[in-house]
Design a protein around this ligand. Sequence first.
Ligand code: SIN
Ligand code: FE
Length: 295
Amino acid sequence: MNATDVVETLTIARWDGPVPVATQRRALAALEAGRVLFFPALAFHPAPDERALLSPAMLDNTRKNISLDPATGRLGGTALTGAERHRLAAMMTRFAAAATGFVRALAPAYAPDLEPARTSFRPAEIDDRPASPRHDDRRLHVDAFPTRPLHGRRILRLFSNIAPDGAARHWRVGEPFADFAGAFVPRLRPALPGSAALLAALGLTKGQRSAYDEIMLRLHDAAKRDGHYQRYAPQVALELPAGSSWLVFTDLVLHAAVKGHTALEQTFHLPLSAMAEPERAPLRVLERLTGRALA
Ligand code: SIN
Ligand code: FE
């Protein structure tokens, strides 16, 4: 495996489009096939009065990221108050709007069904954060949310490296999802009967997990816990420079963020029906593997 297998580079430098139709087609095909769309010239520029915010001191030490929930406008993970809190929320809101406009222009077929979810600001150095294997994003994994069941809907994320000192963000990208799932699914322990209903009744999940959500969470944990897999599985190192952006289905693409600091990220959810090739979605791959409906 080498970088050209896992990355598609696009020279777009504007957030607000328009994107040529041939580029849209290339982008959609690469994205759904599980490649990272890399935009080396798509830079998000903090305003001069926002530069003081680009520091891990903005974190409240309970979490590694600061997040903005678009549904409530709530900012979590920071102890900032007053004008500084307002300034940080404004920067993240501007990024969310730029990211949303960009994805709509790049993938007009997704636009009607694209659901902007959380925006995150990631000021801390990744490599300074010792974590339990399950919480350690330096290990290869696919994304799955413990508290927000998706029932097969996709997780699409746009990242921008805004490191003021020019530090690159270092990722590793793993093998195709079908290969990974084919090896791991037969080894997964089944969920306890009734556990999804219980978690929902206790208010620990937002609605009830489907079998799909259970399997994705187990795949996330099993990959991270498997030291042999982490070390020997096929993987490619990527250096994502300051001033660049990248877009990736993180439920499909095995990824590890190993080093770097100061990034912004926008999450989107997308129903399978919006995809050009829904059979490439993790839900459909897992249904083929297990021979049953999972959502
Ligand atoms: C992750 O989704 O695993 C983290 C990505 C990053 O912060 O670069
Ligand atoms: Fe992740």
